[in-house]
Design a binder for this molecule. Sequence first.
Ligand SMILES: Nc1ncnc2c1ncn2[C@@H]1O[C@H](COP(=O)(O)OP(=O)(O)OP(=O)(O)O)[C@@H](O)[C@H]1O
Ligand SMILES: [Mg+2]
Length: 266
Amino acid sequence: MADPGTAGTGEPVLRLTGLNKSFGPVHVLHDVDLTLRLGEVTALVGDNGAGKSTLIKCIAGIHPIDSGTIEFDGRQVQIGSPRDAAALGIEVVYQDLALADNLDIVQNMFLGRERRRGLVLDEDSMEEAARETLARLSVRTVKSVRQQVASLSGGQRQTVAIAKAALWESKVVILDEPTAALGVAQTRQVLDLVRRLADTGHAVVLISHNMNDVFEVADEITALYLGRVAAQVRRTDVTHGQVVELITAGRSGDLGLAPATAAENI
Ligand SMILES: Nc1ncnc2c1ncn2[C@@H]1O[C@H](COP(=O)(O)OP(=O)(O)OP(=O)(O)O)[C@@H](O)[C@H]1O
Ligand SMILES: [Mg+2]
């Protein structure tokens, strides 16, 4: 198995060690270790209920962790709220996207963090920054940044939500199933955007159930099995079949959880 401590080329930006999380009597995350690197896409895979969303909500400051450490840029941090996460440069794009239909693209990208000049909103500066961010990410599908979000296609909405996350000098961008509801062409565009996010220096986490998407865009794959990390491996070191086994059985050949650990949870 590739050593997650040294396998990547990018600089580690977020490192979780021994993270545990329970909801009442239900122990959901067990001793989770995870390293995210700048310039890399880490796919987070696992069956329904494996703990993917719970894990990202711990990183995003929505759920307090019970034990374990979180290091960001080499120093230990506490992430007690979404505000703490945003201040560190951690942005999450949730599946429901949380965009406001009745507002345009610029207004959505700056929602709750508007720029002001004196008492009035600095529309020109926000419009410019929105345009720049979309251009930096080579987004060509959006015609006008003053278009209402209600009139956008599913893929364009996803694009706006991702660009919004990239706007805030974010270092870590977490995407929960960004292509789940998209057709072939729109999936293609969103995957290209995910790659460009990493290529422009972000550490990207992609939660996906789609193995084709994972193998197309990920540098690293972390498989969760019943709340445990079965493996964190380089994409080039594994096959589709191995990843499917890690997801469904927690192990695949030499990879994954020890048989006793994998079995005790069944
Ligand atoms: N707020 C909560 N209270 C109690 N249990 C919870 C809570 N949130 C999640 N769980 C439990 O934690 C486990 C992991 O759920 P989670 O939503 O993290 O899975 P997931 O990997 O994101 O699954 P999916 O692929 O279906 O989105 C599940 O058994 C779920 O019931
Ligand atoms: Mg989930």
